[in-house]
Design a protein around this ligand. Structure first.
Ligand code: SAJ
Length: 419
């Protein structure tokens, strides 16, 4: 089939390559000319394990090319961003414009699939009317329509695109079936057919489940600090129960998924989605909670200097979107601290994010581990002891080697534990 994938980001680009590698003719569409030109040169500008090699391979088949607007195709896939606005409502303008553009080239028998995570009802009340009005065709009868969300995790996208189970949510059952058939060209996981609204709600519910679980861990962290319990020890013991799996506390929840998707449910049912909203507020309270702890450690220090280790939204990725550590840095500055960050994945993205740890730590009164990048497992505390002004280390992820820190003379503090 000829497939037009609109949006060549973390999801659209790997998905385009997968379909091309499975034998389809794929036209990737993106407004960003830089992305389009790079892809046509066989290059990718996002960092993802194995993606550059995979795309270069697929480009040789001649079945994948990029352009800036949709072309007549047998199937259209929309994988554009769906961010939230200041007021926590979904910003659907990218989905809306992609829908308008493809509607202009839609023809009888085509298939339209929304992959972007969206509020329930996007397919049938936002996309369907636009597609029918512009094309003059009827959804279900003349063209198929539905939602198939992705579940991949950065760092493992190529493997999970193939092996994760997938949902094919159709405007009608024929659409669901056609969506399932199309993804079967590369998906080895189980593909379950359902309706579009259930598919939209399923994606949001999966991420909301994770957000609530993390909020539970964060609330336990606050309670344990008061109760003289080490929350990390507590959670480890709880999870020895065969049916308990509590996630990990931290300085907040970032990324463009877990921190965003629950708001799409709250937006639709604010009076019912109370726990979902509270969980979001708990997770969003962690940067200021972490700041308070840090200021306690720094009390009595004049013009304190802080070095934050790791600023991305999660370990070992180069993505800072919605990172809670960026908020932590701003809050520390608001309290009068001067703050420098170290992060090997995004050094230089901002002038306060350095690549050299000893330079970043120079004269610091407090080192805060914000993200558990693998390389922070073995920090050279002896060397750090020579560069800092005061030997304080605040671990927000229970990740650094506390005994090595103490051996080098650091006072080691841990989020979720005062014991
Ligand atoms: N986090 C914690 N404690 C934990 C786990 C995560 O504080 O125990 C924080 C992380 O530090 C990060 C945020 O939560 O700031 C999100 O981390 P994540 O590991 O959930 O990563 P995402 O957002 O990249 O991936 C999630 C995944 N969803 C689920 O696991 C249910 C992924 O499968 C989805 O495809 C992705 O969201 C998405 O695109 O929706």
């Amino acid at each position: 089939m000829k497939i037009c994938v609109i949006g060549l980001g973390y999801i659209g680009l790997p998905t385009s390559a997968m379909f091309a590698s499975a034998g389809h003719e794929v036209v990737g569409v993106d407004k960003n000319q830089r992305i389009v030109d790079a892809l046509n040169r066989g290059e990718v500008i996002i960092t993802e394990n194995g993606l550059a090699e995979f795309v270069a391979e697929v480009m040789k088949t001649g079945r994948l090319r990029a352009t800036t607007s949709p072309e007549s195709s047998d199937a259209f896939i929309i994988s554009v961003p769906t961010p939230i606005k200041e007021d926590k409502t979904a910003d659907m303008r990218f989905v809306e414009s992609a829908t308008r553009e493809l509607a202009a080239v839609l023809k009888k028998g085509d298939l339209v699939i929304l992959e972007s995570t969206s509020p329930v009802g996007t397919v049938d009340s936002l996309m369907k009317p636009i597609l029918e009005d512009i094309s003059g065709l009827k959804a279900g009868e003349d063209f198929s329509l539905g939602h198939s969300p992705e579940r991949v995790i950065p760092g493992h996208i190529l493997d999970e695109l193939v092996h994760n189970n997938r949902i094919a949510g159709g405007y009608d059952s024929r659409s669901a079936h056609r969506i399932a058939e199309l993804y079967a060209s590369f998906v080895k996981g189980e593909i379950t057919e359902t309706d579009a609204r259930t598919a939209e709600m399923c994606k949001l519910s999966e991420n909301t489940f994770r957000d609530i679980n993390i909020a539970y861990a964060n609330e336990l962290a606050k309670i344990c600090e008061k109760q003289g319990v080490n929350v990390w020890e507590l959670i480890k013991l709880c999870n020895k129960h065969p049916r308990v799996n509590i996630l990990q506390p931290g300085p907040g929840v970032g990324g463009h998924c877990i921190a965003v998707d629950p708001w799409f449910i709250v937006e639709k049912e604010p009076s019912l989605a109370t726990m979902i909203r509270d969980a979001r507020l708990t997770n969003d309270s962690m940067p200021s909670y972490t700041t308070e702890r840090a200021m306690e450690i720094l009390s009595g220090t004049d013009s304190p200097k802080v070095c934050v280790l790791g600023v991305t939204y999660k370990p070992d990725v180069d993505d800072m979107r919605e990172s809670p550590v960026l908020e932590l840095i701003e809050r520390l500055r608001d309290k009068g601290c001067s703050v420098v960050a170290h992060d090997p994945f995004v050094a230089g993205r901002r002038e306060d994010i350095l690549a050299d740890l000893s330079e970043a730590a120079k004269g610091a009164d407090l080192l805060i581990l914000g993200v558990n990048h693998s390389q922070y497992r073995q920090l050279d505390f002896a060397a750090l002891a020579e560069t800092v002004r005061n030997k304080n280390f605040f671990d927000t992820r229970n990740f650094a080697d506390a005994s090595a820190a103490a051996a080098a003379g650091f006072k080691y503090y841990l989020l979720g534990n005062r014991a």
